[in-house]
Design a binder for this molecule. Structure first.
Ligand SMILES: Nc1ncnc2c1ncn2[C@@H]1O[C@H](COP(=O)(O)OP(=O)(O)OP(=O)(O)O)[C@@H](O)[C@H]1O
Ligand SMILES: [Mg+2]
Length: 584
């Protein structure tokens, strides 16, 4: 039995507390199918989230088989299924792959047979077996809703919460889904609560809950609905609701509540007797579903962190390779950016000359020659510095492109999976592993390709490490941004600004006022990678660069640590953001 006693959920609005869910007191027995209806904005989704535990109730008590969910006891992630208003599957994956990933993330299966059996059963129950190998992006609205349900059913949840899984469907598909939900409530004592806008197919529900301004206006058998609201057609209920304040509706329902519940119970007993409702034996055996019985039910545990990590990583690569556009873009950027740098490399390729090599007998000639040597060296130094900065900034751009949308772009799906038992650390580790491959490929290719046309005169390995660190720092910081921002657009914009400011604030192109430089420099990855690479140059080239820049160069060790710090800060931000609850 699920019972809500005076449950409230409130928010602060203009300094005042506003109840979005207001003193809701309802009882829902096991094996029960309830529709939650009410005008838009009346608090249906909020109530569902409060039951799911996604909104912490501000008052009242939620009881599951007599145990309070408010203090201590909580549902295991596998016990509760929540099908939200948005799609929870990735478009490039197939139906089968989506259900498989959902199972692998939620359930610790003993072997592959159990895994396959769970997947097959979920597909069969939702009628998706025949289209199991179809990509999600080509599914119809109704099929997508079924998929959302299948992905929840893999863990045999005791409570299934569905938010508008029928909206936008044609009448036939709508009826099919309602019938499916009805059938799912007939098995294993599962409670199915379905938020809907549609007032059709009421006969399939065991009870109807009408919400009005966060309060219960009615909860009772479907056939009492028209009588209670004194309407001839259920379509007239919403206009009727508006004629009385919600407090009046609530108190009027409270007066009749027990009579309605008695009627619901009578119908339930009838269903049990004629076999249209079947409960697991242990629930039938007891009169009031004692908590002790529940603890004996099969305990489904969540998979370990490594198992979740490998599932996510293989899914990430699969999504990456299925999206041809993304693969093409990545390859194009990876190949073209180093070509772009190499176009400017011939100016830096000149042989540097030393003044002592050109002794002339004529003083005038010697002075003129010295002037030429100085000018050539300055040109080469400035070209070298520019090329290194160009490499570093382009890698920063690739870094931001790698990760800016990585978390923000799939936030709702991630939140949904976190609700189902996914660990934020496993999620983040899978992102780090995926992005590390991109970073290594991009940075090493940049270093090697440019080196081929314009050999890096100095310690090439050190230069390559700084390029890698620069890309890693930017990828990591943008991943942090992606985890903290509310939308993918916000995360992209902020990341692009961050890259855009690297060049001017690095001080390598324009000398900055000293005060500004001291404040901004610690944050500019491009400066540290550039400075570290300049220090990796052979002495003559290093001096040539230093002769043309007004910016100071920092010792390599310091550059190395600073870039490491950027990576660490980005990852800490990403973990913090990933752990945060961010449904909206
Ligand atoms: N976190 C929140 N902060 C402020 N207001 C909120 C929050 N969550 C919901 N609301 C407001 O509470 C009201 C109820 O929202 P809810 O999403 O529960 O409505 P609903 O009945 O599901 O509507 P619909 O049928 O349109 O989906 C709305 O007015 C909404 O704007
Ligand atoms: Mg809603």
């Amino acid at each position: 039995m699920l019972e809500l006693q005076e449950v409230c959920f409130s928010i602060q609005k203009d300094g005042e507390e506003v109840n979005l869910v207001d003193h809701v007191s309802i009882k829902i027995p096991r094996g029960h199918f309830t529709a939650i209806v009410g005008p838009s904005g009346c608090g249906k989704t909020t109530l569902l989230k409060t039951i799911a535990g996604l909104n912490a109730e501000s008052g009242g008590t939620l009881l599951w088989n007599g145990k309070s969910l408010s203090d201590g006891y909580d549902f295991a992630p596998s016990e509760i299924g929540y099908v939200p208003q948005f799609s929870i599957a990735y478009d490039p994956l197939t139906v089968d792959e989506s259900v498989e990933a959902a199972t692998r993330l939620r359930i610790k299966t003993q072997n592959n047979e159990e895994l396959d059996a769970r997947i097959d059963r979920a597909l069969e129950e939702t009628g998706l077996t025949a289209i199991a190998d179809r990509p999600v992006k080509v599914l119809s609205g109704g099929q997508k809703r079924r998929l959302g349900l299948a992905m929840e059913l893999v863990s045999d949840p005791k409570i299934l919460l569905c938010d508008e899984v029928t909206s936008g469907l044609d009448p036939r598909s709508e009826r099919e889904i309602v019938k499916l939900l009805h059938d799912l409530s007939r098995k294993e004592g599962r409670i199915v609560l379905s938020v809907t806008h549609s007032l059709a197919h009421f006969e399939l529900y065991d009870s109807i809950l009408v919400l009005h301004e966060g309060r219960v206006a009615f909860h009772g058998p479907p056939d009492m609905l028209a009588h209670y609201f004194s309407v001839s057609d259920t379509e007239e209920i919403y206009p009727r609701l508006a004629k009385q304040p919600s407090t009046r509706w609530q108190s009027s329902w409270m007066k009749h509540r027990e009579a309605y519940y008695a009627k619901i119970e009578k119908q339930r007993e009838k269903n049990l007797a004629d076999g249209t409702l079947q409960l697991p034996k242990k629930l039938v055996a007891t009169e009031d579903e004692k908590p002790v019985e529940e603890e004996e039910e099969e305990d489904i545990s969540t998979p370990g962190i490594i198992s979740q990590f490998t599932t996510l990583l293989s899914r990430r690569w699969r999504i990456f390779f299925r999206d041809r556009g993304q693969v093409f873009l990545q390859l194009a950027i990876m190949i073209c950016f180093p070509i772009l740098v190499s176009l400017f490399s011939d100016k830096a390729n000149v042989q540097l000359r030393s003044l002592s090599d050109m002794r002339q007998t004529d003083v005038m000639l010697e002075l003129a020659e010295q002037q030429n040597v100085r000018q050539d060296n300055m040109k080469a130094g400035s070209a070298l510095s520019g090329i290194i900065m160009f490499q570093v900034v382009l890698l920063g751009l690739m870094g931001s492109n790698n990760s800016a949308r990585e978390i923000a772009g799939e936030r709702l799906i991630y939140e949904k999976e976190k609700f189902g038992g996914l660990r934020p650390t496993a999620y983040l580790a899978s992102k780090i592993a995926f992005l590390s491959c991109l970073i290594i490929a991009q940075s090493l290719w940049m270093a090697i390709f440019v080196n081929f046309f314009s050999p890096f005169d100095g310690n090439f390995a050190q230069h390559a490490v700084f390029l890698l660190l620069c890309n890693a720092a930017m990828t990591s910081v943008c991943l942090g941004i992606s985890a903290m921002m509310k939308t993918a657009e916000q995360a992209s914009l902020l990341s692009i600004y961050l890259v855009g400011f690297q060049l001017p604030l690095s001080g390598a192109v324009l000398a900055l006022p000293e005060k500004i430089e001291t404040i901004t420099r610690p944050f500019i990855s491009a400066y540290w990678a550039w400075s570290g690479s300049v220090e990796a140059l052979a002495t003559s080239r290093n001096l040539a660069v230093k002769s043309v820049i007004s910016t100071s160069i920092t010792p390599q060790e310091m550059c190395f640590y600073l870039l490491g710090l950027h990576v660490a800060v980005g990852l800490i931000l990403a973990l913090w953001g990933a752990k945060r609850h961010q449904w909206e």
